[in-house]
Design a binder for this molecule. Structure first.
Ligand code: M1P
Length: 255
């Protein structure tokens, strides 16, 4: 007899570095694994990226089905844009919340800071203004995959983003904004509280007994830290998509 789906448990996954390699597409093994997991428990995604990027990475191109319909919950921009069973259930607006003046101060400071550093490459789109956050990208979001990896190597050695993050925090201590190192090449800026714990307000409506969270950027300053350490979740730190499969298998597919 097929085992019943446990509707009192949900697994929430970060996307980049947890389900996929950073900014790359989901691999078939992971796709299969998530389908299998979905037959056991509820499954949700929470990414820092906007929905367009999460769709690019997670979409089942053969079926041309939106990612929002494939999982119980899909949260883009940390859950500030939220979907439940394919329906949009929430969307916040950074500009309304923070106001033009404050955002321009941050953008102007960041432009000045970035104009004074030399990197292995600088391309285009240094700021991406999303519904609920500003993504600041010193190499430029239009860089190639090769230039992305070149930046990662440079940043690992020189701690460029950590220094930039520290400068932003020092300049705007009371702005009510968080400056988080989310992915490989950028810094996310959003109001305090608009981190990934924001998605829990939707999850809580599902009355789950157990909420597992899996993410790779779980250390302080990383964009998985708050939800990983939130008392409402059981946090799991993973090191790669393969490690995610390993840890989830130990929890749900032991025999
Ligand atoms: O992993 C989530 C992050 O993904 C991208 O980061 P990067 O391009 O720096 O690797 C961005 O979309 C970022 O906002 C997001 O947090």
């Amino acid at each position: 007899m097929a085992s019943q789906r446990d509707t009192s448990t949900i697994c929430i996954f970060d996307v980049d570095g947890t389900l996929t390699a950073p900014r790359l597409k989901i691999c078939p093994d992971m796709e299969e694994f998530l389908k299998k997991l979905k037959s056991k428990v509820h499954v949700g995604l929470v990414g820092g990226s906007d929905l367009v990027k999460i769709e690019e990475q997670m979409q089942d191109l053969e079926k041309n089905e939106s990612v929002t319909k494939k999982f119980d919950y899909v949260f883009s921009e940390n859950g500030l844009v939220a979907f439940h069973n394919g329906e949009k259930v929430g969307q916040e607006n950074l500009l309304h919340y923070a106001g033009e003046d404050k955002l321009q101060e941050v953008i102007n400071f960041a432009m000045k800071y970035m104009s004074e550093i030399v990197l292995p490459a600088k391309r285009g789109t240094f700021f991406e203004f999303r519904s609920s956050m500003i993504n600041i990208c010193p190499v430029g979001r239009s860089c190639s995959q090769e230039e992305r990896l070149q930046f990662v190597e440079y940043d690992t050695k020189n701690k460029m983003r950590e220094k930039f993050q520290a400068a932003l925090i020092k300049e705007f201590p009371d702005a009510g904004l968080v400056f988080a190192i989310g992915g490989q090449i950028s810094i996310d800026v959003y109001p305090v509280g608009w981190d990934k714990t924001f998605c829990l307000k939707f999850i809580e409506k599902g009355n789950y007994k157990t909420i597992h969270f899996f993410g790779d950027k779980t250390d302080p300053g990383g964009n998985d830290h708050e939800i990983f350490s939130d008392p409402r979740t059981i946090g799991h730190k993973v090191t790669s998509p393969d490690d995610t499969i390993k840890q989830v298998s130990e929890l749900f597919f032991k025999d």
